[in-house]
Design a protein around this ligand. Structure first.
Ligand SMILES: Cc1cc2nc3c(=O)[nH]c(=O)nc-3n(C[C@H](O)[C@H](O)[C@H](O)COP(=O)(O)O)c2cc1C
Length: 164
């Protein structure tokens, strides 16, 4: 079984989450693709495709939207997991999730996750720091990665991976 994780990450949080997911699949063949940097391999070669992005000012990365729009047919023929990193929690996070992934793909997906987020001030530009401070009140790095959520998401995917 081959797993592909396609993610977009502005400051590095979604990348960390994608790496944690990849590690959790242990001996299985996993390829992590940063959609902003790496070439996308042939999707036909994979059995499971996980897609993840983050929310900035209410939207997920356009490259993630393009990826699932252009590849919808093939995605609908695979096992798919969808995840999101953001700083909103609970219902507000799931509202964002609902907004950024299309209905058809959400229905088809075997795993869905709002996996937390971080404000990484060292990686933000002046404008981002200003915006985050104004909107959230935070002015220092804070990490709210949802490790339990990552484990639950990973466990849902593992059900489709063969084990000894
Ligand atoms: C400028 C800016 C705007 C953001 N807007 C939102 C938002 O609208 N909703 C939200 O839940 N989180 C928001 N966040 C939090 C990000 O989703 C969070 O920092 C996430 O961990 C970013 O992941 P990434 O580094 O992989 O891009 C924002 C963060 C920044 C820096």
């Amino acid at each position: 079984m081959k797993v592909l994780i396609v993610y977009a990450s502005k400051h590095g949080t979604t990348e960390k989450v994608a790496e944690l997911l990849a590690e959790s699949f242990e001996e299985h063949h996993v390829q992590n693709i940063n959609i902003g940097k790496d070439a996308i391999p042939q999707l036909e070669d994979f059995d499971i495709i996980l897609i993840g992005g983050s929310i900035h000012a209410g939207s997920i990365q356009g490259k993630i939207k393009k990826f699932y729009t252009r590849n919808m047919n093939i995605l609908l023929s695979k096992k798919v997991g969808l995840f999101l990193c953001c700083m909103e929690k609970d219902k507000k996070a799931w509202d964002e999730f609902d907004m950024v992934y299309p209905e058809q793909l959400k229905k088809h997906a075997v795993a869905h996750g709002c996996l937390g987020g971080e404000f990484l001030f060292d990686n933000m530009n002046f404008f981002e720091k200003f915006m985050v401070k104004k909107i959230s009140g935070h002015d220092q790095t804070i990490s709210q990665i949802d490790f339990e959520g990552i484990k639950n998401f990973s466990d849902r995917i593992k059900k489709f991976l063969p084990h000894d």
